[in-house]
Design a binder for this molecule. Structure first.
Ligand SMILES: C[S@@+](CC[C@H](N)C(=O)[O-])C[C@H]1O[C@@H](n2cnc3c(N)ncnc32)[C@H](O)[C@@H]1O
Length: 397
């Protein structure tokens, strides 16, 4: 339906202000020769302290900032005229969509459907880590006002998503008796290997304590500067009884064992050191998000055919090398008696290194098919993962 732009926007504004029936609004795309301050705006009604406000989310493509405002026609009119080419207004009884053409005409489409309002306030409650928690300021993720620094948004989300997987996996493993139930006297031992600035180490410590799981956390990193900085932060937070940091090579750490081993982007074969240390020490749960991969890639000199069709392209060879590396790591863990999953722990836009190996120790003994597949893969590619050398007893017999 073609109506004047002015009437279309007036109708949209009227519908948006009818907060008793409004479901949501999306403003996106850019009108010809116009610049929008944000990539997209989402609006929805929310119930706060007895009144219905409009929650307006401005997204710049990376982060979304949210404001709750009283429904006012001048504010809404201004947003509708701010340069977006697509306007979608959904109400409980149907939707209205406006497409503003290059000639500033409005193509309007009305559709009848039944939708539900959700007036619950804010998605903030789904965050595990409160941005104003002092530890986030101490480690440098949040500023002094408790706001996540733009440069640390990705790291904050990586840590959050990592915890989002750690916690249910841990609880499920405890319920299934695969991990012992810890007590204050005998807390769960968690070791973060290649902890760097310890964003994850502190986050795991703070979050697990907050949900009542007794823990003792250790962060290991080869850099003495990291150890000193992290121990100083622990001191300022008053938590040195349950967290400590060591400047050691993973392969030579004085830490004896862990119930749970975690590693977020430990460089190259440091990830293999982390896996080997955890397996040798009998860790029950491993959550490992690998980083760069060079070991297998440097060994992929001859491709078994017909894989040459991929490896003749440098980029494909590199990606295949990454996949082979992590598949072989997973296979070794299976042979060591772990139940293994490989998952994406966070969307790729926050880190290209978004794969995680999650492994839970079981009573199962090595399956001969797993061993045969591992051997065949290595033999076809004429490769030997560095992890195999670090776990020699696994391959005897
Ligand atoms: C990419 S950073 C990741 C740091 C942290 N896990 C994070 O996600 O912010 C990798 C860290 O691993 C440490 N590292 C690399 N190889 C190591 C090794 N063999 N032993 C101990 N630490 C190592 C580095 O010093 C560095 O701090």
């Amino acid at each position: 339906m073609k109506i004047s732009l002015e009437s279309a926007l007036a109708d949209a504004c009227k519908q948006i202000l009818d907060v008793d029936t409004l479901v949501r609004v999306v403003l996106s795309g850019r009108r010809r020769n116009m610049v929008t301050e944000f990539e997209r705006i989402d609006i929805r009604p929310v119930h706060i302290k007895g009144e219905i406000l409009l929650q307006i989310g401005h997204s710049d493509g990376r982060a979304t900032t949210v404001k709750n405002l009283a429904p006012q026609s001048d504010v809404i009119q201004k947003l509708l005229e701010s340069g977006f080419a697509n306007i979608l207004v959904e109400q409980v009884s149907g939707s209205m969509s406006i497409r503003i053409t290059k000639n500033a005409d409005a193509q309007v489409h009305y559709e009848k459907k039944t939708l539900e309002q959700n007036l619950t306030h804010d998605k903030k409650k789904s965050r595990l880590l409160d941005p104003s928690d002092p530890f986030l300021q101490e480690v440098g993720i949040a500023d002094h006002k408790g706001v996540i620094k733009p440069s640390k948004q990705d790291k904050y989300l990586q840590v959050e998503e990592f915890l989002r997987l750690l916690v249910p996996t841990l609880k499920a493993a405890m319920e299934a008796g695969q991990i012992r139930t810890p007590t204050e006297l005998d807390p769960l031992l968690i070791v973060d290997l290649g902890c760097g600035h310890a964003y994850l180490t502190f986050a795991a410590h703070q979050y697990l304590k907050a949900i009542g799981i007794p823990i003792k956390v250790t962060g290991i990193d080869v850099r003495t500067a990291s150890r000193d900085r992290n121990n100083e932060i622990a001191q300022r937070l008053g938590i040195t009884a349950t967290i400590d940091f060591r400047a050691e090579e993973i392969a030579a750490t004085t830490t004896q064992q862990a119930d749970v081993a975690i590693a977020l982007h430990a460089c190259d074969t440091a990830t293999d050191d982390a896996i080997a240390w955890a397996v040798n020490g009998g860790a029950k749960l491993l959550l490992i998000a690998p980083c760069c991969h060079h070991d297998i890639q440097s060994q992929m000199i001859e491709s078994p055919e017909p894989w040459g069709a991929l490896t003749k392209y440098g980029l494909m060879k590199e990606r295949l090398g990454d996949l082979l590396t992590d598949s072989l790591r997973a296979q070794i863990l299976r042979i060591a008696g772990y139940r293994v999953e490989i998952i994406e722990f966070i969307a790729g836009e926050h880190t290209p290194r978004n794969l995680m190996i999650r492994a839970v120790k079981t009573e199962a003994s090595a399956d001969s098919l797993d061993i045969a597949r591992y051997r065949e893969l290595c033999s076809q590619w004429k490769i030997k993962p560095v992890l195999e050398d670090k776990l020699p007893t696994l391959f005897i017999g």
